[in-house]
Design a protein around this ligand. Structure first.
Ligand code: ADP
Length: 225
């Protein structure tokens, strides 16, 4: 198991390195060509250029998600630092600033605890969950609330949204790699929630969702300690 994980990690690293460079070259050449010839193009040509750019950008995101997924590790014997969840949430919100502003989303939170999770992985969790809460919005202004409750042996963190919701029969499978319910009409790799699951489980916790279609979803995460 350990050997095959290591192989996957190495494969993803090499593949991402070797794929990213030609993709970047395609993107740069497309931009140069578009800049040079834009006066000669008709609307169809321009929309084809836009399609190339969009597709290449989507592939770049996919490759970096694949790399993140393959690299999640808590480092077997490592002592995990106590991470300030509130501070990491602020960084996630700063990174998501553009989409928060574009959708006029509000993100509120309660007092959040310190948890024994790598800061970079906690950041990835918040960015994925809040990013999804914004992306899968319901035509309404996204309202996202993050809370934390102390349980006997863990912290329970909840990320609640007022988005499109998820039908009960899909609430488990969305955590599987590449499973998407809104595939073609929304950008994404289908890896975000699998990355979250991998991170949470590697830290000894659990992640699940409770949802009502058209009303919103709440993603729950437990952190031991
Ligand atoms: P991606 O967003 O790239 O498709 P994810 O693994 O993050 O991949 O999510 C898998 C699927 O779960 C999404 O395609 C979407 O259909 C559904 N989903 C995730 N988060 C939410 C949410 N907050 N509200 C409604 N649906 C969601």
């Amino acid at each position: 198991m350990r050997r095959s994980n290591e192989n996957l990690r190495r494969f993803a690293q090499i593949a991402s390195h070797d794929l990213r460079a030609p993709l970047l070259a395609v993107l740069q050449c497309t931009q140069i060509l578009e800049d040079r010839c834009k006066n000669k193009f008709d609307e169809d040509d321009l929309s084809n250029f836009e399609y190339i750019t969009r597709t290449v950008c989507a592939m770049t995101v996919f490759i970096s998600d694949l790399l993140s997924y393959s690299q999640i590790s808590t480092g077997d014997s490592e002592v995990l630092p106590l991470t300030d969840t509130g501070a990491v949430l602020q960084t996630a919100l700063a990174n998501l600033r553009v989409s928060i502003l574009a959708t006029d989303a509000t993100v509120t939170h309660e007092r959040l605890p310190g948890v024994h999770v790598h800061p970079a992985q906690l950041l990835e969790l918040f960015q994925n969950l809040i990013g999804n809460a914004i992306q899968y919005r319901n035509g309404l202004r996204p309202q996202i609330h993050i809370s934390a409750t102390r349980r006997e042996d863990c912290w329970l963190v909840a990320v609640r949204d007022n988005g499109i919701g998820i039908r009960p029969q899909y609430c488990d499978c969305i955590f599987e790699p590449f499973k998407r319910l809104h595939g073609s009409e929304q950008p994404g790799s289908g890896l975000g929630l699998s990355i979250c699951k991998e991170i949470v489980e590697r830290h000894g916790g659990r992640i699940w969702v409770e949802s009502e279609i058209h009303k919103g979803s709440t993603f729950y995460l437990t952190f031991v300690g």
